[in-house]
Design a binder for this molecule. Structure first.
Ligand SMILES: O=C1O[C@H](COP(=O)(O)O)[C@@H](O)[C@H](O)[C@H]1O
Length: 223
């Protein structure tokens, strides 16, 4: 694991946005499109806002989430709404969004129509992950009902997930497709998450799902 520390959150947002933009440009030099898989939640908004103004060929970038909360678009907890309002505006409005939610009643009902949208997106060119204070990443929550399936080598692309720590049913990309990404960055902020990450490094991925991604990742942290 490579750790990149920043003096504050503003420096982190600028530094990480710059790293992600460079990685996308490099990927577009050698591939017809870049698949950019991003986290949701409360942390990445400022990075997305900076990235949305970067001049690159967004028309060749396919953007999708690590995971989604099974809520309608426009809901305050919708990761898709976060993406649409912070990243997919300005220059980046030309990017293609691969949907991770639809109007089916449950993730189980919705997944069959969503999975074909991911054809041609793997391996992921550039992966941005977050981490919750319970060591979950994407919607790979410790103790979740389908965690064993989602962490297995035989996992499908998308896995429905329910967990005590999650407020609503979720859909998540499986560990298999996330861990094959060409380049991985992890965003964490605050002393609590830093301490949690240090603990996670010593644990197995079924207890600390973020541990499955640390080996080849760059972790970006600010107080
Ligand atoms: O629920 C989620 O949580 C994690 C961490 O989010 P944060 O609010 O603590 O930054 C996020 O990476 C994931 O995409 C999201 O669905």
């Amino acid at each position: 694991m490579d750790l990149q520390e920043y003096a504050d959150r503003e420096m982190l947002a600028m530094g990480l946005a710059d790293r992600l933009a460079s990685a996308l440009k490099n990927s577009l030099m050698v591939h017809d499109h870049a698949s950019f898989c991003v986290s949701g939640g409360s942390s990445p908004g400022p990075i997305f806002e900076i990235l949305s103004g970067v001049d690159l060929d967004w028309s060749r970038v396919h953007v999708f989430l690590n995971d989604e909360r099974w809520v309608p678009e426009g809901h305050p907890r919708s990761n898709t709404t976060l993406l649409k309002t912070t990243l997919l505006t300005g220059q980046a409005a030309k990017a293609t969004l691969v949907p991770m939610v639809n109007d089916a009643a449950t993730p189980e009902d919705g997944i069959p129509a969503l999975e074909p949208g991911f054809e041609g997106e793997f391996p992921i060119s550039l992966l941005l992950l977050g981490m919750g204070p319970d060591m979950h990443t994407a919607s790979l929550f410790p103790g979740a009902d389908k965690l064993a399936l989602a962490m297995s080598n035989a996992a499908p692309i998308l896995v429905p997930m329910r967990a005590e720590g999650a407020e609503e049913p979720r859909v998540t990309l499986s560990r298999r497709v996330l861990s094959e990404a060409m380049e991985t960055h992890i965003l964490i902020m605050g002393d609590e998450k830093r301490a949690v990450l240090e603990r996670a490094r010593k644990l197995d991925p079924m207890t600390a799902p973020i541990a499955a991604f640390l080996k080849d990742a760059t972790v970006h942290w600010a107080p």
